[in-house]
Design a protein around this ligand. Structure first.
Ligand SMILES: [Fe+2]
Length: 381
């Protein structure tokens, strides 16, 4: 077994997790603990239409909180979404943020919190450690089981002029509290359950097999893989099953902890390039690419993939066979969830070269267990 116990690492985890069925009822209590009296709720139109926003505002009103809502967040959030969210906070003198929704509102809240506290524009903060110090407190309430953004230190924002996804990384933008209430995810439609669920599975698999993996992240990743593989089909077929939803939410959060302390790798490098150029749904891109990148990387990740297969229920003792089984198991999950195919993304042949170059430029490309250069990305695409 190839361990990573000879490498140095630090494990920092600043986010408090409050988990429970119905835990959302504690929201105002949590806000008071952090001195938030007038929050800005950052969310999107889908959350407004689903009635989830109303659930949150009813709690605030019952406890006489003043609040503002910014619901203009787009999928693959753009720099101007962040700038406008921060502007709304500053104009209305709000003193904290509630990020309600999937990864897009949460990532937006992270970047906006830096602008609110230190000025500037979203693009000024892209890259590593550009935030000067602590930011205005924010609470996350994830409504999907996928991105893990509620526990990570990073935010992925699209440069709208260059159609390029940028990552902002800083421990200061870690949410203060993640309120994890699986009941909020029961109304997710099957297609979103599938794409966000496979995003979480990708986080766990890439984190566990990344070159920069470390043992605490490994432990989180393996349990995440187990929970997701066991429950993703049930959550997709029977969304009202709270137990399956709870397993998916915990799996997604554990996968978030795993990849924020290890890394993601080539699947995400390509998914982010596709998201940047075509605004393609992130989880769908991952689901298409994951089995192909795994098949390519298998040669240099055999023991790790074998362990992944066993976390997904394989009894195969031979590592090589188990690793191959891991790829097949992932393929089967993607097929059972009826996710869209590559041909449905509308990728133009003349863009393949550019997509490969963008993937190489991604900060996470070196984390892939097997080398991926422009030629290799082109071959996989
Ligand atoms: Fe992701």
């Amino acid at each position: 077994m190839n361990t990573n116990l000879m490498n140095n690492f630090s494990f920092i985890f600043p986010t408090r997790i409050d988990y429970g069925i119905g835990i959302i009822k504690n929201l105002t209590c949590v806000l008071k603990e952090y001195g938030i009296t007038k929050p800005l709720i950052i969310t999107d139109k889908g959350i407004v239409e689903s009635g989830l926003l109303q659930k949150v505002t009813a709690l605030l009103e019952a406890d006489h909180f003043d609040y503002f809502v910014f619901d203009e967040i787009e999928a693959n959030p753009k720099d101007y979404n962040v700038d406008k969210a921060a502007e709304t906070a500053l104009k209305n003198h709000t003193d904290g943020i509630i990020a309600l929704g999937g990864g897009s509102p949460i990532d937006t809240a992270k970047a906006a919190s830096a602008i609110i506290s230190y000025g500037g524009k979203a693009l000024d903060y892209m890259g590593k450690n550009k935030v000067k110090g602590p930011v205005q407190p924010f609470i996350t309430i994830p409504t999907t089981a996928g991105t893990g953004s509620e526990v990570t230190f990073s935010s992925v924002i699209t440069d709208s002029k260059k159609n390029f996804k940028l990552t902002m990384k800083s421990e200061y933008i870690a949410p203060k509290v993640a309120l994890l209430d699986p009941e909020l995810t029961v109304s997710l439609p099957p297609s979103i359950t599938a794409s966000t669920g496979v995003d979480a599975l990708t986080h766990a698999i890439e984190a566990y097999s990344a070159k920069v993996s470390e043992p605490i992240a490994d432990a989180c990743a393996l349990y995440a893989i187990e929970l997701i593989a066991e429950n993703i089909r049930e959550a997709f077929n029977n969304g009202m099953n709270v137990q399956a939803r709870a397993a998916m939410q915990m799996g997604s959060t554990l996968a978030g902890i795993a990849f924020s302390h290890s890394d993601v790798a080539s699947v995400h490098c390509m998914a982010e390039a596709l998201g940047g150029i075509y605004d393609a749904p992130h989880g769908v891109c991952n689901s298409i690419l994951l089995p192909h990148v795994m098949a390519y990387s298998l040669k240099d990740a055999t023991d790790r993939y074998a362990r992944i297969a066993r976390a997904m229920g394989s009894k195969e003792e031979c590592d090589i066979k188990a690793a191959e089984e891991a790829v097949e198991m992932v393929k089967q999950i993607v097929s059972d969830l009826k996710l869209p195919k590559f041909s449905e993304l509308g990728v133009r042949e003349e863009d393949l070269e550019k997509l490969s170059e963008m993937s190489v430029a991604n900060l996470s490309t070196d984390s892939n267990p097997r080398f991926m250069g422009k030629k290799e990305y082109l071959a996989v695409l």
